[in-house]
Design a protein around this ligand. Structure first.
Ligand code: F6P
Length: 365
């Protein structure tokens, strides 16, 4: 009987997840003694009766590196350690189902696990590792907010989509002498906004790492107008906030969803600009999940496929409790403990920020 490796994708979907899966399966198929199975919706499928999983053979992964999303589904609601469970009276509580999950691994003859996911998923991986599970992590997020890796796959694709949206908004800004605000994702990190602002040629970029002063933005906007003629393109991260203020966030109300939902900051900025004396017409675009969908860029495919091959090779060499990374143009590894310990904020002393300022981009500070 072949040894089995379980692959799961957790957290929000991200362009390149399928490419990682393909990389794992292609490499595993070069061995004679391993087969790959995919857990449906992270570990949730294995915790259902009957268990939900699928064989990931050559046929299942044929051509999937081009497709967005994940063929095995994903979830960002709960974890095996904090599993949403409904009580007979209809209210919800959470249960630790880790023991049950480990038992299912045994029943399915799973020797090792590859978990593709962001911060939250790798925290789950770390807990499973401490419980004796042979596990390898693969970092995923469009936000690029994991400091253990220079880039996560999905980020470049998100920036590409956001830049294409930005380019389209420039034509309206110029034709109508408007201020156009484009809001992009990123949670607490401003990477997508910063890269889009540079690539597109924005006048203003607001990121969570640099709280803004609305008067500075109005000064910048006004400097671009003469007798009502001129235009301004602004890129904002969903997590941007004013000096001394907080982000726009709400609870989703969805069972098991622990994150705050961000989004809608563009409308607040628009109102604040008007209130602070901005005379130009303003329009807002919230890009939302469009930047997380569709086919990954070639860069993200190459990165994700390498991550997949490396993750399986880490299983072969017994490098468990580690996550694959991309550092200094090299595919390498880091311990799960180190992987989850540092958030990747935009460093305000970094050269990319200096270059953005050198291009005349205002950060509202
Ligand atoms: O972490 C990735 C991300 O796309 C964030 O940029 C965004 O805030 C969040 O996920 C949205 O999550 P959901 O798909 O659950 O609304």
């Amino acid at each position: 009987m072949k040894k089995r490796v379980l692959v799961v994708t957790g957290g929000g979907d991200c362009p390149g997840l399928n490419a990682v899966i393909r990389g794992i399966v292609k490499r595993a198929n070069q061995t004679t003694d391993w087969e790959v199975i995919g857990g449906i919706e992270a570990y949730n499928g294995l915790l259902r009766e009957p268990m939900e999983y699928m064989l990931l053979d050559g046929k299942a992964v044929s051509g999937i590196h081009v497709k967005g999303g994940t063929i095995i589904g994903t979830t960002n609601k709960g974890s095996p350690m904090d599993f949403p469970t409904q009580l007979p009276d209809g209210t919800w509580t959470t249960m630790d189902r880790t023991d049950e999950l480990i038992q299912k691994f045994k029943e399915l003859n799973i020797e090792a696990v590859i978990s593709i996911g962001g911060d939250g998923s790798q925290k789950i991986s770390h807990t499973l590792q401490k419980r004796g599970v042979k596990i390898v992590g693969v970092p995923k997020t469009i936000d690029n907010d994991l400091s253990a890796t220079d880039f996560t796959f999905g980020f470049q694709t998100a920036v590409q989509i956001a830049t294409e949206a930005f380019d389209k908004l420039v034509t309206t800004a110029a034709s109508h002498h408007r201020v156009m605000i484009l809001e992009v994702m990123g949670r607490d990190a401003g990477w997508i906004a910063l890269h889009t602002a540079i690539a597109g040629g924005a006048e203003v970029c607001l990121i969570p790492e640099i709280p803004y002063d609305i008067n500075k933005i109005v000064t910048k906007v006004n400097s671009r107008y003469n007798n009502g003629k001129g235009f301004v393109n602004i890129v904002v991260a969903e997590g941007a906030k004013p000096q001394g203020g907080s982000v726009i966030a709400k609870n989703s109300g969805e069972v098991g969803y622990k994150h705050q939902r961000l989004g809608g900051f563009a409308y607040r900025l628009s109102a604040e600009l008007k209130e602070a004396g901005c005379k130009a017409d303003i329009r807002e675009t919230v890009l939302g999940h469009i930047q997380r969908g569709g086919t990954p860029t070639a860069f993200d495919r190459v990165l994700a496929l390498q991550f997949g091959v490396k993750a399986f090779e880490m299983i072969l060499s017994g490098e468990f409790g580690c996550m694959v990374t991309y550092k200094n143009n090299t595919i390498s590894t880091v311990t799960l403990k180190d992987a989850i310990s540092n958030y990747n904020f935009v460093n305000t002393d970094s050269y990319i920020l200096q270059a953005a300022r050198g291009l005349g981009i205002s950060f509202g500070d």
